[in-house]
Design a protein around this ligand. Structure first.
Ligand code: PMP
Length: 381
């Protein structure tokens, strides 16, 4: 047999999936590894999905999404994110992961460089592998509150750099990029003629500070912002995300979606219209619950002498395990096998966090506390 595709075949799969797969054989496992909200999708969203299905709304849609949803998204961006766009600037995809991939694919040629956060979501690196583009990592250091060091970032820019990727609030850090840092990133993008892709899927999950959208600064069309429904509405399985960008890029993304995904699910798109036009109370309630959980995690870390920082957004915290002297994957595998607690190994997010593990506090608080106490005892053992 001839070899498979070189690029995809050589792609490294994420360490989170590895732990998830191993945990399937562990009875009674406490899952702190996966970023999957435990809440039920709000009822009015489910009802809209059910109605759409029963009404036979099951045909293909426009590749960019149904007009009703693109219009509702444009209204949301104007009202919530504070910048002016229309439906022609919106492309709906099956999840923000797809929005990210099609955006990168539309902008980046093989061999070009993309600046990615380290630590960062492993899928960015995997997408680079598929495109044959080169990731160049800018470090987010815990001592700086996981904020960008612009001196370092600027030095990483070369003739081949095409895109700067931001993620705020960040996975796995939980850091919210300050408005000032967003402005500096935009300045840098303008200075070196780069595109700036801002992944803002956790925009609603903010505990301190405010979320600033990079899209606010899109004066010359180089800024592309990605949002989604999975985290804000606990609606991961609906698989809907969207890109907001200038019309020329939106057209390219729409063209690209046709041969790859056709369109996002028609039923899910109707559900997402209900999500945006209905009550937003559940978004606030879920965020308040994540904040309680975050506080509980921080308290437990303090009690065990392991406290280092407090995440201001998303539902993740990185925990330093260097005192164990173990590599993060070995530590995570042992914790799973011996103590039935699953965590994500830090090395899967980058070099900067090879001595960390990531805990997701998207699970119910009592289980979370139990898992955290077991984890802390293991780190201190
Ligand atoms: N971006 C980041 C940083 C994420 O953590 C995730 C989900 N874990 C996504 C994008 C994708 O979300 P979805 O495809 O479910 O919309």
């Amino acid at each position: 047999m001839k070899p498979f595709n070189t690029l995809t075949n050589s792609m490294r799969s994420s360490g989170i999936r590895k732990i998830m797969a191993l945990s399937e054989d562990v009875d009674g496992c406490i899952h702190l590894e996966v970023g999957q909200p435990d809440f039920r999708t709000p009822e009015h969203i489910l009802e809209a999905a059910a109605h759409a299905a029963h009404d036979g709304f099951t045909k293909y849609t426009n590749s960019a999404g149904i007009p009703e949803l693109r219009q509702a998204i444009a209204q949301k961006v104007i009202k919530k994110n504070g910048y002016n766009v229309g439906p022609q600037n919106v492309v709906v995809s099956p999840g923000a992961v797809c929005s990210m991939f099609t955006t990168l694919l539309s902008l980046v040629d093989p061999g070009e460089e993309v600046l990615l956060p380290d630590p960062g979501w492993p899928n960015y690196t995997m997408q680079m592998s598929c495109i044959g583009a080169n990731p160049v990592y800018y470090p987010l250091d815990q001592t700086r509150g996981f904020q960008i060091d612009f001196d370092i970032l600027e030095k990483l820019i070369t003739q081949k750099t095409k895109v700067l990727v931001l993620n705020t609030p960040g996975n796995p850090t939980g850091a919210v990029i300050t408005r000032e840092a967003i402005e500096k990133s935009v300045e840098l993008a303008r200075k070196y003629d780069l595109f700036l892709i801002s992944d803002e899927i956790y925009e609603d999950i903010i505990f301190e500070g405010t979320h600033s959208s990079a899209g606010l600064y899109n004066d010359d069309g180089r800024i592309i912002t990605i949002y989604g429904f999975s985290k804000s509405y606990a609606a991961m399985g609906l698989r809907v995300g969207y890109t907001v960008c200038e019309e020329k890029i939106a057209k390219l993304l729409t063209k690209l979606q046709e041969p790859v995904v056709s369109c996002a699910s028609s039923i899910s798109q109707k559900a997402c219209v209900a999500a945006l036009t209905g009550s937003q109370d559940s978004v606030a309630e879920m965020t308040a619950a994540y904040k309680k959980r975050r506080d509980a995690v921080v308290d437990i870390l303090r009690k065990h002498g392991l406290y280092q920082y407090t995440p201001s957004g998303a539902f993740y915290i990185l925990i330093d395990i260097s005192r164990t002297g173990r590599n993060s994957t070995d530590f995570a595998v042992e914790l799973l096998n011996k103590k039935k607690v699953a965590v994500a190994p830090g090395e899967t997010f980058g070099q900067t966090t090879k001595n960390y593990i990531r805990v997701s506090f998207a699970i119910e608080i009592e289980k979370l506390k139990e898992g955290m106490n077991i984890l802390c005892e293991k780190i201190n053992a």
